[in-house]
Ligand binder design. Structure first.
Ligand code: SAH
Length: 265
């Protein structure tokens, strides 16, 4: 019941869309590895090289690499160039903040690597210049992706189930003063019905299936991007478009996200 797409992502081939039954549990996932060039370390001269003007140059270099890897949406590239990733990680890791690597953020969680954040946002933004209306993010973590999303969307609701990280994200984001970003402590598996319908939903943690609450809370014309565990036990990126006549899903490349868990800790 799944179709794969070209590495550029998005609906392909002009074939009629497949409308799966829900919950969207994957039976025959065909993850297609994206031709990402291997992560190369950004040359930083010292652990503090990620600050001030230095960090702007390092981010510009990161953005050039993202573009070379196939990220094409101008606003996504601009937002990735704008948000200072080094401010969201431990100061001891700041020197690695612009390498294409996931980094620990505490409580056994990680900040996703820049290429994955950019890829998911590129998919969300396909065919649009802005995410109008409200956007729901599941898995605030340290708040980095939420800050990038806030550059692209009217209103962002970001949910985190771990109080420690919810508070850390609040602290990390305080200086940025993003009035359109709302941090919520709660179980994102239930979505956030008060903000629905959402023009976009993005998850940074992967479960066995996409919770029905998410597709219920997605607006018609909206898109959901989330990692989901496949029948093979690995994770793949899943795109679901909600259309007037139903849901269409596309399975993309293999990914590695932390598990989606229920409840609040
Ligand atoms: N986008 C984040 C990545 C965080 S990692 C960043 O930029 O840092 C994924 C996060 O999802 C973890 O913090 C984890 O606690 C959270 N998570 C897992 N299951 C969740 C759920 N049901 N509701 C809300 N958050 C969840």
């Amino acid at each position: 019941m799944t179709r794969s797409a070209k590495p550029g992502g998005g609906p392909v081939d002009g074939k009629p869309p497949v409308r799966p039954g829900f919950p969207a549990r994957l039976q025959t996932a065909t993850p297609q590895p994206k031709p990402l060039s291997p992560a190369r370390a950004v040359k930083t001269t010292s652990p503090t090289a990620g600050l001030g003007m230095d960090s702007q140059a390092v981010r510009a270099s990161m953005v050039r690499k993202l573009a070379a890897q196939g990220i094409s949406h101008p606003q996504v590239l601009a937002a990735m160039g704008q948000v200072e990733r080094h401010r969201f990680v431990d100061s001891a890791l700041a020197g690695q903040a612009y390498e294409d690597t996931a980094l620990p953020i505490g409580l056994e969680q990680t900040i996703s690597k820049p290429s994955v954040v950019a890829r998911m946002l590129d998919l969300l933004m396909q065919g649009r210049t802005q995410l109008a209306g409200r956007v729901l993010e599941i898995g605030t973590g340290c708040g980095y992706q939420a800050a990038v999303l806030a550059q692209l969307a009217n209103e962002v609701y970001s949910m985190e189930r771990l109080r420690g990280l919810h508070e850390k994200a609040r602290e990390n984001l305080r200086q940025l003063r993003l009035p359109n970003l709302h941090l919520l402590l709660g179980d994102g598996m239930l979505g956030y019905p008060k903000g629905a319908p959402y023009s976009a939903i993005i998850a940074a943690a992967g479960g066995q299936a996409v919770p029905v609450a998410w597709t219920d809370q997605l607006a018609v014309g909206g898109r959901l991007v989330a990692p989901v565990v496949t029948a093979a036990g690995t994770q793949a990126l899943l795109v679901i478009d909600k259309q007037a006549d139903g849901l269409r899903q596309i399975v993309l490349e293999a990914v590695h996200f932390v598990p989606l868990k229920s409840g609040v800790d």
